[in-house]
Design a protein around this ligand. Structure first.
Ligand SMILES: Nc1nc2c(c(=O)[nH]1)N[C@H]1C(S)=C(S)[C@@H](COP(=O)(O)O)O[C@H]1N2
Ligand SMILES: [Mo]
Length: 390
């Protein structure tokens, strides 16, 4: 006698027995677009609000990522027409004198320029295994630019930060789609906000910021993930207690340990806001799965970042990490910038896995495996590149 459940089970048994092979590599479909204003060819992750990724080949050709190839990430819709003459930056909260500053007001302060890597906290999320929800970035949600503007601390001094300040919160012109969704606001602890290297920038690689990268003003927080680099900056609020808002207290949290990792499926445990980037080396002249012609020495080049410290060393391995050889580093544009590297490996015909590993000036290096976490933040492990010679 058949129960209903048994009938269903037997009906499913036959088709489920055959293997389904769709014949395409996971994450292989990466369409590009040239449709976005002030942008050249970009990998399209999402059109609205835009998520545009920089093709890795762009990093292979430049120390400074060109503005028209620089990645783009927005959570919410933003104005697509901005009159810089009418833009105002409001500074309020726990200050002596609330201010509303024009771009001309800001330009009267001492000017600073600084090279720094802007990297999404989710850069490389699409390379984790198992995968998690969120934008399936490859390693192109990052870029290096020369940022020009003024020091945040000089702007805060104009308003006069009162004693007992705990944090500084930043907001931009973009706004949530749904009623009640929290405005995109991020904050820095007061000591960090008052440090020398945090900038309010209007310039990027000698030009105005592209609109998609935050025209006319953005925060630059060197060494920290770009979730803090608030674009189209129009409000700064000094807080007398830590920011309890959604984007600080509920979003962009990672496991509270050095590598921000847990075993896939393990309980999340205590979490802290993402902050300082970790050292990474990304090979840019060969893609994973490449077939390459045999050569005595196969060139391996790429870009490295050190987090909030300079890059001290990049090493290559072609034997699974048993032996590492240091490679030559390119020009030093400062501790927060990309450092390009160039080396070579003697690779015999056949299959190889090429590894590149960065170490920063504080001696922090990349772990061999992936630092998996449920949101796919802070990817820090060595990214293996599989190649076939011959
Ligand atoms: N106003 C505003 N600023 C923002 C965001 C945003 O959604 N709105 N996203 C942040 C995140 S998560 C990233 S990764 C960077 C991306 O900077 P970019 O688009 O200039 O590359 O912007 C940051 N600043
Ligand atoms: Mo991001």
């Amino acid at each position: 006698m058949f129960t209903r459940r048994a009938l269903i089970a037997s009906a499913l048994a036959a088709p489920a027995a055959a293997r389904v092979d769709l014949g395409f590599a996971d994450n292989a479909l990466r369409p590009t677009t040239r449709a976005f204003p002030q942008k050249g060819e970009m990998i399209l992750q999402r059109s609205n609000p835009p998520l545009l990724e920089t093709p890795i080949s762009v990093f292979d050709a430049h120390d400074f990522t060109p503005n028209d190839r620089f990645f783009v990430r927005w959570h919410y819709p933003f104005p697509v027409s901005i009159d810089p003459a009418r833009h105002r930056l409001r500074i309020g909260g726990h200050v002596g004198k609330p201010l509303s500053l024009s771009l001309a007001d800001l330009a009267r302060l001492p000017r600073v320029s600084l090279a720094a890597v802007n990297q999404c906290a989710g850069n490389g999320r699409g390379l984790f295994n198992p995968r998690m929800v969120g934008a399936q970035w490859g390693n192109g949600a990052m870029g290096n630019a020369l940022w020009e503007g003024v020091r945040l601390k000089d702007v805060l001094a104009l308003a006069g930060v009162k004693g007992g300040a705990a944090a500084v919160r930043f907001g931009g012109l973009d706004a949530p789609v749904n009623d009640g969704a929290p405005d995109y606001e991020k904050s820095l602890p007061i000591d960090h906000a008052l440090s020398d290297d945090v900038l309010i920038a209007w310039g990027m690689n000698g030009q105005a910021l592209p609109l998609l990268n935050g025209f006319p003003l953005r925060l630059v927080v060197p060494g920290w993930y770009s979730t803090y680099w608030v674009k189209m900056l129009d409000s700064i609020t000094v807080l007398d207690k830590p920011d309890a808002g959604f984007w600080m207290a509920k979003a962009y949290l990672q496991p509270a340990n050095a590598l921000a990792d847990i075993a896939p499926g393990a309980p999340a445990g205590p979490r802290v806001p993402v902050s300082i980037m970790r050292p990474r080396a990304i090979i840019t002249n060969m893609v994973d799965g490449a077939k390459l012609p045999p050569r005595t020495f196969t060139p391996v080049q790429g870009v490295a970042l050190g987090g909030d410290q300079g890059v001290k060393m990049v090493e290559l391995s072609a034997d699974g990490g048993r032996n590492w050889v240091p490679v030559q580093l390119g020009p030093d544009h400062g501790r927060y910038a990309f450092r390009r590297f160039r080396g070579a490996l003697a690779l015999a015909p056949g299959r190889h896995v090429v590894l590149a590993r960065a170490t920063n000036a504080a001696g922090v290096s990349q772990p061999p495996g992936q630092n998996w976490n449920p949101s796919g933040y802070n990817r820090a492990g060595v990214d293996p590149v599989r190649v076939e010679i011959g």
